[in-house]
Ligand binder design. Structure first.
Ligand code: C2E
Ligand code: MG
Ligand code: MG
Ligand code: MG
Length: 275
């Protein structure tokens, strides 16, 4: 019996792995079949002031991949696929193109200023062309660099090279804002905080989920105190309940983002409701 159970476990494990490999293959195929310029769509998720005094509306840009058959692939699946297939720079380019067009349209229609936070990958910052091209595109569209924030993750910084560091410094120098995403989940948060011109920290939603425990609340309090003492802002990710918001407000958290206010939704809808 024990032997049989063991065998079942192995069989289950194998079919699980097979299913994963198959899914990966399918996503690779979907990503290779279309140009990012045709496939990428963006949603916006609002960031709301909790204790922040400035009220410039802010939104995070979250990408989706529209397959040929109309199905939508989430970034957790297609970003790694784009990275393994050498397409990530084309994806980022497509995201920026849509974001810049969105801001231009908004200004042409007399809309007020908003800030868009855009996620990038390490490979983007390793290309020497990235910063130059972005600044050129913003200039051509007459968009102040201060309206663009770039989100980098700790995990991507594991590959932090001299090139990546100088790209981040150049972006910061040009007035583009930088935020450290998923803060607290990596291994080297402190080193990055020390070495890079970071404007804000995004506290990962794992901590926010645990905020009602003394342990996680104290961790969040520590992160906020540290960020503020360094002159940086804090954005809490994954705020879902009034209770979490209340706790974050009591701890002096500057901004919040999460399903409590809104999930990521199409830009026209986000602007109509939040900005
Ligand atoms: P992220 O940058 O940490 O983005 C936040 C993720 O949390 C988003 O997932 C968002 O939909 C989700 N989220 C927001 N509020 C809540 C909440 O209250 N509760 C919960 N449970 N989740 C919430 P999404 O859109 O699936 O994106 C996943 C990740 O993919 C992002 O994590 C980001 O790292 C990456 N990503 C998204 N768009 C891009 C992109 O254009 N370029 C790159 N390189 N990465 C991207
Ligand atoms: Mg992000
Ligand atoms: Mg995040
Ligand atoms: Mg996160």
């Amino acid at each position: 019996r024990a032997k049989e159970a063991g065998r079942n476990r192995v069989a289950y494990f194998n079919s699980e792995l097979e299913a994963q490999a198959l899914k990966r293959l399918e996503i690779d195929r979907a990503v290779l079949r279309r140009s990012p310029l045709d496939a990428i769509e963006i949603l916006l998720q609002p960031q709301l002031p909790i204790c922040a005094k400035t009220h410039l509306p802010r939104f995070e840009v979250l990408a989706r991949w529209r397959s040929e058959d109309g199905t939508l692939i989430m970034p957790g699946d297609f970003i790694p696929a784009a990275e393994r297939n050498g397409l990530i720079q084309a994806v980022t380019k497509a995201v920026f193109r849509i974001a810049i067009r969105l801001l231009s349209q908004r200004f042409n229609q007399g809309g007020g200023e908003v800030r868009l936070a855009i996620n990038v990958s390490a490979a983007d910052l390793e290309s020497t062309d990235f910063v130059f091209q972005l600044l050129k595109d913003l200039h051509a569209a007459d968009i102040p660099p201060e309206l663009i924030e770039i989100e980098i993750t700790e995990s991507m910084l594991l590959r932090m090279t001299v090139g990546v560091k100088s790209a981040l410094r150049a972006l910061n120098h040009a007035g583009i804002l930088l935020s450290l995403d998923d803060f607290g989940t990596g291994f080297s948060s402190m080193a990055y905080l020390r070495e890079l011109p970071i404007d804000s920290l995004k506290i990962d939603r794992d901590f926010v989920r645990g905020i009602e425990t003394v342990h996680d609340r104290n961790l969040i309090a520590g992160m906020i105190a540290m960020a503020h003492s360094l002159g940086k802002e804090v954005i809490a990710e994954g705020v879902e309940t009034p209770r979490q918001l209340e706790q974050l407000a009591a701890l002096g958290c500057d901004w919040g983002q999460g399903y409590f206010w809104s999930s990521p939704i199409p830009p026209d809808q986000t602007f109509a409701e939040f900005g």
